[in-house]
Ligand binder design. Sequence first.
Ligand SMILES: [Zn+2]
Length: 504
Amino acid sequence: MVNYIRSAAVWLTAASAVSASVLPQVLLGPSSTDTPPTKQPITRTARFDQHKLVHISPPCAQTHSNAVYESAVLQKLSTEKTALYKTLAVDQRLDVWSVDQDGSVVVRVDPQQLQDLRDWVAAVGDWFPCTDDEEASVRSEPFRVLVDDIQPALNAESERLNKFSQLDVETQHAQWFSDYHRYDDIRTWYNSLAQQHPSLLQIIPSIGKTAENRDIFAVKITGNKTSLSSTDHKKQFWFHGLQHAREWIGGAVVQFISAHFLTGYGIDEAITTLLDSAEFVIVPVMNVDGYEYTWTNNRLWRKNRRPLNDFFGSVGVDLNRNWPEHWGEDGSSSSPYSEVYQGPSAGSEPEVQALRKFFLSPNHTSLIGAIDFHAYSQLVLRPYGWTRKDAPDEHLLKQAGDGLRDRIKEVHGKKYVSEREIDLYAASGTASDWFYGKEVTKWLEGRHLYAYTIELRPSANEGGWGGQGFILPPEQIVPTGQEIVKAVKWWAQFALDHPLKKKD
Ligand SMILES: [Zn+2]
């Protein structure tokens, strides 16, 4: 970590020296590096005392193959890998944290829900373990409490962040990837990058407003030369982070990619070549209101913060179920109480509208790939989430997804799984299906994008808590960033080398 920061500082100096100022500088807010960091201590009102993380395994289909099923639910659970997730997240409206390859899930429950859930597991019948495979020891306990109380981890995180927030802005920027940051501080940090790399980084201060009237900003990173002929446009790639508010590592990774590209340009040959032939369009924080809310009120908030004006005063839509692509189908919920609430209509949410409008702007017709960063479970997910049928470009999408997985593993040995989203669980109205879906493809006159959702660290089976789930320790920011940077550099080059052809 220390080595990385030191070498990044050297890179910053060296890379600044080779950059000539050619872009008009648009900065975020009234000032830049002299903006004081956000120093208010975290005093969140939402507490999770005695909330548990529970691991639930699906019944073993093998064991049940000759059994008389006691219920339709059990039959479904036994035969469909994804049924347990759907039952718990959509039907039971529980807060599901992760889904593993065998269909087992980790859910957060309060002490009252714990007994209900235990009863439910017991009630769906003879939840027999498999006896003849290596999973037997895990499956022999269909219901396991992994963590008895998650509040202490949240307390420890707040305490650490409060200490960090007391540092002055230069020190915070020098140690940027040693912790997570508030939205205003992220804006200030991008401003200082724009000042250091005026020819490489362009800031778009607002692509639209959130429900609570905050600006969503975007940045564009590209080299100041072009390796292309003058008639050819640079190809473009899209990244966005923090669609789900509590998935903090998603935001940190997008920032890490930005810094890596900027400091590597002119020094690292691969980055220089890539940025001279492509432009990266990045929305670092999509769900600004939700993200702020995770700092001020509720660390585990997922949705946006739009009041739904219903009788019960519900707030928030799951933005990654709100995109206008097979909206409201499998794996999303019409209940405002659900964590996967799809919203009142397709594309109803201001944050989705802002990104959609910006994505479909005339400047972006050279987009060839897009990634939506999430956490957690270590997955590289490709279309579709809404149907079992293969995407028309399945062959190349799989090759690129598997390549991402393999490059990630080369860096720190972390195992990600590359698969179609539907093979993990059904989800509809997602950003990555929209990237690949009707509206974008029509706009690109029949050309599809390399479209992915990447679920970052930790893995689903690190006990659900070994990596602390959404509360990923800050020591993991740099290694996660390193493995993803290596992978996305490879992926972008792959997409440039293997353009998806128009389909009739
Ligand atoms: Zn997510």
